[in-house]
Write a protein that binds this ligand. Structure first.
Ligand code: BV8
Length: 240
């Protein structure tokens, strides 16, 4: 196992599965009983904001109840103890990485505990329900609040930072994502292009698996702690 200067980690819904949160495209998929077109597209929000607000308001209690699992905890440990830089990018709108102790988590698809005012642009905490009548606490305008979640057809958040991180990385780990949604599914190509070693952690090979040097199959709650221990072990041996 080498020692790396700059590790970039991309996580998807699969890393939160063992915390009891549904993934999007699995058998218990979040989208299964609600066509994604009705919920997570900017057109759906413009057409029927009340329906989209209801969907996310209903989702909040179970997301906030969930606890980080060993995969989240191992990544937080890696960030704390690894001698190189560890950048954590997530497609997930839950905050289980933060609850596990991770810092500077890059939420490219937003966060379910936040809302954004479409009138003044202010992003704020929103752990309670928001709806079409909610007034913005910043500009007081009502009816312009939106979950701070990136819907299909919207640009991702923090992409300048993501591009910078990817262009510096020498190790890229993709954990619990089906590799279907772009541009996140293309991050591994950038990592490959700059010469990084690439690992995919999943229960099964994904549509993206051609770009990965290594495939570690199994539940992330098992495979990630094992892999993090190997990375830390190699760094310790290098030091001694
Ligand atoms: C954009 C927010 C520019 C809601 C989400 C044609 C080709 C290419 C691209 C496109 C295209 N047509 C349209 C596009 C662009 C579109 C896109 O990619 N569409 C796809 C479906 C083809 N992308 C966009 O629109 C993005 N924006 O491109 O901006 C633009 C601007 C204007 C017009 C056009 C383009 C915006 C994308 C963000 C959309 N929002 N979510 C919410 O989260 O509630 S996406 C949604 O999918 C979630 O964020 C989720 O994170 C993301 C990816 O899903 P995964 O995390 O991978 O989850 P999934 O269930 O799929 O897979 C779970 C995996 O875990 C599985 O592989 C499973 O095996 C594994 N697993 C399960 N358990 C475990 C496990 N692994 C390990 N351990 C376990 N225990």
């Amino acid at each position: 196992m080498s020692v790396y200067r700059h590790i970039v980690v991309l996580t998807g819904a699969g890393i939160s599965a063992e915390s009891g949160l549904a993934t999007f495209r699995g058998a218990d998929g979040l989208w299964n009983n609600r066509p994604v077109e009705e919920v997570a597209t900017i057109e759906a929000f413009e057409r029927n904001p009340a329906y989209v607000h209801d969907f996310y308001n209903e989702l909040k209690p179970e997301v906030f109840k969930a606890r980080p699992n060993p995969a989240h905890l191992a990544l937080a440990k890696l960030q704390k103890e690894y001698p190189g830089h560890v950048c954590l990018i997530t497609q997930n709108v839950d905050t289980l990485h933060e609850k596990a102790g991770s810092i500077d988590v890059c939420h490219i698809h937003g966060r379910i505990d936040q809302a954004v005012c479409l009138n003044c642009g202010q992003i704020m905490e929103a752990t309670g329900d928001i709806d079409t009548q909610t007034a913005c606490p910043h500009c007081q305008v009502a009816g312009m609040m939106k979950p701070n979640i990136v819907f299909f057809g919207e640009n991702l958040l923090d992409m300048d930072n993501v591009e910078r991180q990817l262009h510096q990385c020498d190790l890229f780990l993709s954990i619990g994502t089906s590799g279907i949604v772009f541009p996140a599914a293309g991050f591994v190509q950038t990592a490959k292009y700059v010469g990084a070693e690439t690992y995919e952690f999943n229960l099964e090979p994904t549509s993206n698996n051609f770009y990965f040097d290594h495939h570690i199959m199994g539940p992330a709650g098992t495979t990630i702690p094992q892999f993090v221990d190997k990375l830390l072990q190699a760094a310790t041996e290098r030091k001694s």
